[in-house]
Design a protein around this ligand. Structure first.
Ligand code: HEM
Length: 502
C-alpha cells in the first residue's frame, strides 16, 4: 500500500520537524484548504456576484487599501453588490440608495457582531472586551448617556478647555506640526478626561503611555490579527501585551479611587456610584476610548487642516466664537481665552454655532473613511434582491454616499457652505443612521467645538507641504484610521500664537 507508506513517512517527517516548520506547514495547509474550497463555490441565482479572482487575494487589499479595493471590485463585477470570503466568513459589500436604506434599518443586522470579526482594533479580553453580554453592552451605553447629560457635559467644558490650554502652551509661540500627531494627542487627552478619571488624565506620563498603547492596538491590526486571532504572530503578541497594560492601568486607577475613599467629580466616580460591576467599569473606559478617541481625533485633525487651507472658513469660525464671547457678559477680555470660553453655556455651544456645525459636518463627510459592518444574526434576508444568509457579514462603505458626485458635486472639495442633501434617505450618515446612531455624538461635537475655538482664536495657521509650500491635502480613504495622506503628499500646520492669552 504505497499510499499509506507515503502518508506514514510524511507524518513521521512532520512530527520530527521543529515547531517553526510544523507551524508554517499547518498555516499553509489551512490556507490551501480555504483556497480550494473557495474555488469550488458557485453562486446561487439570488446570491451576490463573486469577485473575479480567488477570495484569498482580496484579504490583503480589504484591510490595507480598502477604498481602492472596493472601487476596483464594484468596477470588476459591474454590480452594486458583490461577495467574497474572508477565510471562512462570507462578506457581502453593498452600495446604492435602496441597499443603504435596508442596511441601516434591517432588524437582523448587528453592529457589535460585525465589528468583532471585521475590525479588530482591540484584542478580546474575555468578559471585558469580548463576550460582553447584551445586558452589559446596554449598561455601558446607558452610562455613556449619563456622561452626556446636560449637567455632566457642562461640568466637562472648563476641564476640556483647561486641558486644551495646557497642551497648546507646549506648542510654543510658533512652529510647524503634523496634525495627525499633535491634534490627535490633544484629543486623546480631552477624551480621556471625559471618559475616565482624574488619576489618569492629570498624569501626563500616564496619558502618553496610554496613547502609545492605543496606537499599538490601532497600528498592529493586520489581516492575520483580525482573521486568525489565535495565531501567535508578533503583531498579535504586541497587541495582547498592550491590551494587558491598558487593563492594568485602568484597574489600578479604579482600585486607587476605591481605596482612597475620596469622591471626585468625574466619569469613574459616576460609574462606581451607579453600582456597576467591575467589568462594566473597566469595559466602559477601555472600549469607549477606542470608539471615541480615534474618530474624534481624526475629525479634529482634518478640521484643523481644512481650516488652515481655507482661510475664509477659518475667519468665519473665529468670528462666530468672538460673537459668542461678546454676547456673554460674564467674560472680560483681561481673562485667558480658555476661562472666557468656559463661561459660554453648553446650550449656546450646541445650538448657536451654525458655522462650527457646518464645518464639522463637512469634515465628517469628506474625511471619515468608515465602512459600516454588520452581521446578519436574524433569518436570511434580501438587500436589493440579493440574499444575505444568516451568519454572513454585510459591509456598507460610507464613500458610496459621502463621495457621490450626484449628491455632493465636486465631492473631494471641502465646502461647508454646500447645499444640504435633502429628501434622499440617509444622504448623510456621518453620525450613523437608522438603527445605529453614534452614542458619543454630543460629547464629540462639544470637544471639537471647544478645541476648534481655542485654536481659531489662540493661533493663526496655514497648511504647508514638506517643502513649506502652501497646500490643501486630499483625504486618503485607504487609511481606514486617520484618512491620512501618503507621506509624499502629507501636510503640516504652520502656526503662530495670536496676541490673545490662552
Ligand atoms: C467625531 C467623532 C465621532 C464620529 C464621526 C463618530 C461616528 C460614528 C458612526 C458613523 C457610528 C455608526 C457606525 C456604523 O453604523 O457602523 C458610530 C457609532 C458609535 N459611536 Fe461614534 N463617532 C464619534 C465619536 C464617538 C465618541 C466620542 C464615542 C464615545 C464616547 C462614540 C461612541 C460610539 C458608539 C458606542 C457607537 C456604537 C453605537 C451602537 O452600538 O449602536 N463615538 N459613531
Amino acid at each position: 500500500m504505497p499510499y499509506s507508506i507515503g502518508l506514514e513517512s510524511a507524518a513521521n517527517a512532520f512530527l520530527s520537524a521543529g515547531f517553526p516548520t510544523q507551524f508554517t506547514l499547518a498555516v499553509v495547509i489551512f490556507l490551501a484548504i480555504v483556497l480550494i474550497s473557495s474555488a469550488f463555490q458557485s453562486d446561487a441565482p439570488d446570491a451576490p456576484t463573486s469577485l473575479p479572482c480567488y477570495s484569498i487575494f482580496a484579504i490583503n487589499p480589504f484591510f490595507r487599501r480598502r477604498y481602492d479595493f472596493l472601487n476596483w471590485a464594484f468596477h470588476a463585477t459591474g454590480q452594486s453588490a458583490f461577495q467574497f470570503q474572508l477565510l471562512r466568513n462570507q462578506v457581502i459589500i453593498v452600495s446604492g440608495e435602496s441597499a443603504r436604506q435596508t442596511f441601516f434599518t434591517a432588524k437582523g443586522l448587528d453592529l457589535t457582531e460585525g465589528f468583532k470579526i471585521l475590525s479588530g482594533a482591540i484584542p478580546m479580553v474575555r468578559g471585558v472586551t469580548s463576550d460582553l453580554q447584551t445586558k452589559r453592552i446596554s449598561q455601558i451605553h446607558k452610562r455613556l448617556a449619563l456622561v452626556q447629560r446636560n449637567s455632566s457635559l457642562s461640568d466637562l467644558i472648563p476641564l476640556i478647555l483647561e486641558d486644551s490650554r495646557k497642551v497648546m502652551e507646549t506648542w510654543g509661540a510658533s512652529g510647524t506640526f503634523d496634525p495627525f500627531e499633535n491634534v490627535y494627542e490633544l484629543i486623546f487627552q480631552t477624551t480621556l478626561r471625559s471618559l475616565s478619571c482624574t488619576e489618569i488624565s492629570d498624569d501626563p506620563v500616564l496619558v502618553a503611555r496610554l496613547k502609545k498603547l492605543y496606537d499599538t492596538l490601532d497600528h498592529g491590526t493586520t489581516p492575520a490579527t483580525v482573521l486568525l486571532p489565535w495565531l501567535p504572530t508578533p503583531a498579535m503578541l504586541k497587541k495582547l501585551w498592550a491590551t494587558k497594560e491598558i487593563y492594568d492601568i485602568v484597574v489600578a486607577a479604579v482600585n486607587a479611587r476605591e481605596q482612597s475613599g475620596i469622591s471626585r467629580n468625574d466619569t469613574l466616580q459616576m460609574l462606581l456610584e451607579s453600582g456597576d460591576d467591575r467589568l462594566v467599569v473597566v469595559g466602559f473606559i477601555m472600549g469607549l476610548l477606542i470608539a471615541g478617541a480615534r474618530a474624534t481625533g481624526t475629525t479634529a485633525s482634518w478640521m484643523m487642516t481644512f481650516l488652515g487651507g481655507h482661510p475664509e472658513w477659518r475667519a468665519k469660525a473665529a468670528t462666530e466664537v468672538q460673537a459668542l464671547l461678546a454676547a456673554n457678559p460674564v467674560s472680560t477680555t483681561s481673562e485667558s481665552l480658555s476661562s472666557r470660553l468656559a463661561t459660554i453655556p453648553l446650550e449656546v455651544w450646541e445650538s448657536e454655532t451654525p458655522v462650527l456645525d457646518a464645518i464639522i459636518k463637512e469634515t465628517t463627510r469628506v474625511a471619515q473613511p468608515h465602512t459600516a459592518m454588520r452581521r446578519n444574526i436574524g433569518p436570511p434576508m434580501y438587500i436589493d434582491g440579493k440574499i444575505i444568509p444568516t451568519g454572513s457579514y454585510v459591509v456598507y462603505p460610507f464613500s458610496d454616499v459621502h463621495l457621490d458626485p450626484a449628491l455632493y458635486p465636486d465631492p473631494w472639495a471641502f465646502n461647508p457652505g454646500r447645499e444640504e442633501v435633502k429628501n434622499i434617505p440617509f444622504g448623510y450618515v456621518g453620525w450613523g443612521g437608522g438603527k445605529t446612531l453614534c452614542l458619543g455624538t454630543r460629547l464629540a461635537k462639544v470637544e471639537l467645538k471647544l478645541v476648534g475655538a481655542m485654536f481659531a482664536l489662540g493661533f493663526h495657521h496655514t497648511v504647508v507641504d514638506k517643502s513649506g509650500e502652501p497646500t490643501i491635502p486630499t483625504p486618503n480613504w485607504n487609511d481606514i484610521l486617520l484618512c491620512r495622506p501618503p507621506p509624499e503628499k502629507t501636510a503640516y500646520l504652520r502656526y503662530e500664537r495670536s496676541d490673545i492669552p490662552l
